[in-house]
Design a protein around this ligand. Structure first.
Ligand code: SAM
Length: 253
């Protein structure tokens, strides 16, 4: 007689569901054109970034002294995975008393942000409270000191749908641990996405990481209190115009 345990069958069912979810999600992403920000290698991007005064270099030397980069004591807000920087450019223009730093790991994407800054400057806009860093966010604690950052924005972060890549998601417990090392005691993480599985994962990880869920919504654009003063990101504009609801959470400690 073959004895098959309940846990054995449950394991197969769970793996099958995860696999099906993965296929469905990948197809959905391809249909949405989600990967359009993964730009090709652009010749000259590295040099243009190296020579741009909007980009801060030797960033580990700035740890603990970011206020000197801006020449004032204003609070520092960062966006991790800023893409082409549209959100931060609007935020910086609206809030000149806050210093913003955009973090992006791809040269080709960061180059677009640099070019936009040059265009804005040519139009007479002065965004001296906004700077960029090209780096992988896994290195955040090497670049910012304890309590040095007052707010962290995560907008439409990559979903990394494979379970084995969960720790790469910017709302994983591993990333919350990094944010814990740089964020001021009353600082918060604000996360927006149109990706329901990623949002649900993020709600769970907030708790697993020992953080407090201070507010959340499953439909930001129809939530009067949470949408007040909302600045749309490039991805938010794109996916909400397709009718997708936007999810948002705010977490603190
Ligand atoms: N925040 C923008 C928006 O809402 O329009 C861009 C969203 S885009 C889907 C995500 C961006 O995060 C990509 O440009 C990607 O290169 C960047 N990114 C992902 N993981 C990162 C990491 N570990 N460090 C820095 N940037 C990262």
């Amino acid at each position: 007689m073959v004895l098959i345990s309940y846990y054995y069958i449950e394991g197969i069912v769970e793996r099958d569901l995860k696999f099906r979810w993965h296929i469905r999600y990948t197809l959905m992403e391809i249909r949405k054109g989600r990967n359009t920000m993964r730009l090709r290698n652009i010749p000259g991007a590295k040099e243009a970034i190296a020579n741009s005064r909007f980009v801060v270099h030797q960033v580990q030397e700035k740890k603990g002294n970011w206020n000197r980069v801006f020449g004032n004591e204003n609070p520092i807000h960062i966006e991790v995975g800023m893409g082409k920087g549209r959100f931060l450019m609007e935020m910086a223009a609206l809030n000149p008393e806050i210093n913003y730093i955009g973090i992006e790991m791809y040269d080709s994407v960061l180059l677009r942000a640099v070019q936009k800054m040059e265009e804005k400057e040519a139009e007479g806009m002065d965004l001296r409270n906004l700077r960029f860093i090209r780096m992988d966010a896994r290195e955040l604690p090497l670049v910012f000191d304890k309590n040095e950052v007052d707010r962290i924005y995560l907008n439409f972060s990559d979903p990394w749908p494979k379970e084995r890549h969960a720790k790469r998601r910017l709302t994983s417990r591993q990333f919350f641990e990094r944010y814990d090392q740089i964020l001021a005691p009353r600082g918060v993480v604000e996360f927006k996405t149109d990706n329901r599985p990623l949002f649900e994962f993020s709600l769970e990880e907030t708790e697993e990481a020992g953080w407090k869920l201070m507010a959340h919504t499953f439909d930001l654009h129809h939530d009067p209190s949470m949408s007040e003063g909302n600045v749309m990101t490039e991805y938010e504009e794109k996916f909400s115009s397709m009718g997708n609801p936007i999810y948002k959470l705010i977490a603190g400690r």
